[in-house]
Design a protein around this ligand. Structure first.
Ligand SMILES: [Zn+2]
Length: 125
C-alpha cells in the first residue's frame, strides 16, 4: 500500500524539516518551530543578521566559492563568535530551505537536517 508523503515545512529558526503530525491537524498552517527550543528562542535580529551576512558573502564570492559558517559567526559575533556558530549553521539551513544555498561536506551536497561536523555553504548549482 502506497501512502502520500506527509506534508513538510522548514522550521522558521533552524531550517530543519518539520513533518506533519496528527497533533497538528487543526493548526498545521500556524506551525513554525520544530521544537520547544526553537520556539522559545524564536528568530532574533542576530539570526537575521547572520543570514544577511551569509548571503552577502555568497554573493561576493565567485560562483564556485563556498563559505564556512565560522566566517559568518566571526563577522557578526566578534570576540563572542563561538556562541553564534550554531545560529550561523541554522541561517545556512534556512537558506537551503528557501532554495538560496546548498550545504556541502567534502565537496558533496548533503542533507542539512543531518549535517554533522564541518560544513560549507555555496550558491545552488
Ligand atoms: Zn527548529
Amino acid at each position: 500500500m502506497s501512502r502520500t508523503p506527509l506534508p513538510t515545512k522548514p522550521c522558521a529558526r533552524c531550517g530543519r524539516t518539520i513533518t506533519w503530525r496528527k497533533a497538528w491537524q487543526r493548526d498545521w498552517d500556524s506551525v513554525r518551530w520544530c521544537s520547544d527550543n526553537c520556539r522559545k528562542h524564536g528568530l532574533t535580529q542576530v539570526d537575521l543578521q547572520l543570514q544577511d551576512t551569509l548571503e552577502s558573502l555568497l554573493a561576493e564570492g565567485a560562483d564556485s566559492a563556498s563559505v564556512d559558517p565560522t566566517e559568518v559567526a566571526r563577522a557578526v559575533g566578534g570576540a563572542g563568535w563561538e556562541k553564534l556558530l550554531e545560529p550561523a549553521r541554522s541561517a545556512a539551513r534556512r537558506l537551503v530551505a528557501a532554495g538560496r544555498a546548498e550545504i556541502t561536506q567534502g565537496g558533496r551536497v548533503i542533507d542539512p537536517d543531518h549535517a554533522k561536523g564541518t560544513i560549507r555553504v555555496r550558491r545552488p548549482r
